[in-house]
Design a binder for this molecule. Structure first.
Ligand SMILES: [Cu+2]
Length: 468
């Protein structure tokens, strides 16, 4: 025993343990931030230099250096989050926000992370993707006792690998993640010139099931979520991404929902430059315009913003670009509702016939909504409704950015930055229909029912029935 003690003391391990217990009494004052605006990037005032990220609709947690150790203080607690203007959700997060603040540090840093639990039940924090000692992995019951309400735990380890990682509870996980407890953990390369880009954006992909008119997520939902969000924001509440023509842009995305998300960028070709496992060697990358991000995965994409414009950037699962009201609407295409509507309006004064010719009209109309919910597809563009919700934003590439605001544009609202002025002759436009060349028809195809003299079912749309 004595020999072992001497050995540990010689290795400096006892001293480190004592320092940790000592530090516990002096956790740094927790920073608090409850705005859903994108905060300016947090340039490090001490410690190793790095190029900070911009967290969409989020912020980075300030740290303090103490005897060469980078100290952070996370407080797990109930928060209120504006999902988009018109809807507030009551979630669980850290330091006033959901997701919690982004933690940024540098490869080689020793970090000390204080976690105070102000939730009504026990929790832990797991540092997803980081290579660390087993006892710092944050799996309640397996690698540590649960952090009970009111308790503070401290985690301490050295960051061996740079890349994009996440943090989230590994305690009552389904409930705590469904409530929004999660955050990003960015480890920058030791050499700031390595992997440097002009714009470095980051966000978490998350989802909620909140009944229209209510504000607390249903925590037992397995797959049928109705709010598809980036950093707990839905379009049109998601900040745009901004770049000057020719800049190299990185977008880091971590998926903590219960399904995969094929994230699609218009107008540009990108490569996957990083996963939660680290950086992808240049020789192993291939060109893409969509990257499918599986559950629990992170992907960092990189591209040159070489195509000026307002480019859609969204999940390609089309029900993920739609807000809550749309998910339980029956398909009404082709259904005649005209004679039904007056009868229904006697029972339900607000009833509106809709969907007979598609659902686009729903983006335009003024249907009364329950309090605290979002229209299913919305967002105004220069040419009308964008008819989107959920996981949708806009990459704004411009030859010139307003002076002195190059870094700050990232957190301007979608409208604040203005719309792309298209050079004349470069935009789709209307022409008289009879000037279009006749559409070629397959001579072997069966004739349309009307021409063949068959009985035609009277529907509004589609205009003919497919023959199978
Ligand atoms: Cu999706």
């Amino acid at each position: 025993m004595n020999t072992r003690r001497n050995f540990l003391a010689a290795a400096g391990l006892l001293a480190a343990g004592a320092a940790s217990r000592n530090a516990l009494a002096t956790a740094p004052e927790p920073h608090h931030h409850d705005s859903a605006d994108t905060a300016p990037p947090l340039h490090p005032g001490s410690g190793r230099p790095y190029n900070p990220v911009v967290t969409l609709n989020g912020w980075s947690l300030p740290f303090r250096m103490k005897n060469g150790v980078k100290e952070f203080h996370l407080v797990a607690e109930p928060v209120e989050r504006e999902i988009a203007p018109g809807m507030i959700a009551r979630l669980w997060g850290y330091n006033g926000s959901s997701p919690g603040p982004t933690i940024e540090a540098v490869e080689g840093d020793r970090v000390r992370l204080f976690v105070t639990n102000k939730l009504p039940e026990h929790t832990t924090v797991h540092w997803h993707g980081l290579i660390l000692p087993n006892g710092m992995d944050g799996v309640g019951g397996l690698t540590q006792p649960q952090i009970k309400p009111g308790q503070t735990f401290v985690y301490e380890f050295v960051l061996h690998n740079s890349g994009t990682f996440m943090y989230h509870p590994h305690a009552d996980e389904m409930v705590q993640m469904a409530m929004g407890a999660m955050g990003l953990f960015i480890v920058h390369p030791r050499n700031p010139r390595q992997m440097a880009v002009h714009r470095d954006y980051a966000f978490l992909i998350n989802a909620y099931d909140i009944d229209p008119g209510s504000s607390v997520p249903k925590v037992n939902t397995m797959l049928d979520f109705n709010l598809w969000t980036w950093n707990s924001r839905a379009f049109p509440g998601i900040a745009p991404l901004v770049a000057r023509t020719g800049e190299r842009v990185r977008i880091r995305m971590g998926n903590l929902t219960m399904t995969n998300h094929p994230i699609h960028l218009h107008g540009h070709v990108f490569e996957v430059a990083g996963t939660d496992g680290g950086w992808v060697p240049r020789t192993a990358r291939w060109p893409e315009v969509t990257v499918d991000i599986a559950v629990g995965q992170m992907r960092a994409i990189e591209f040159i913003a070489d195509n000026p414009g307002d480019w859609a950037f969204h999940c390609h699962k089309s029900h993920h670009t739609m807000n809550a009201m749309g998910h339980s609407v029956p398909t009404m295409i082709g259904v005649q509702q005209d004679d039904l509507t007056p009868a229904l309006q006697k029972l339900l004064p607000d009833y509106m016939a809709m969907g007979s010719s598609g659902m686009a009209e729903m983006a335009e109309m003024d249907m009364p909504l329950p309090d605290n919910t979002l229209p299913m597809m919305t967002g105004r563009g220069p040419y009308g409704s964008v008819e989107m919700g959920g996981m949708f934003s806009v990459l704004k590439v411009r030859d010139k950015l307003p002076a002195a605001s190059t870094e700050q544009l990232a957190w301007a609202g979608l409208d604040a930055f203005g719309w792309y002025a298209m050079p004349s002759g470069t935009q789709a436009h209307t022409v008289p229909t009879d000037t279009a060349p006749a559409a070629p028809r397959d001579p072997h195809a069966p004739k349309p029912a009307a021409e063949a003299g068959a009985r035609v079912l009277q529907v509004q749309k589609p205009t003919h029935l497919h023959g199978h």
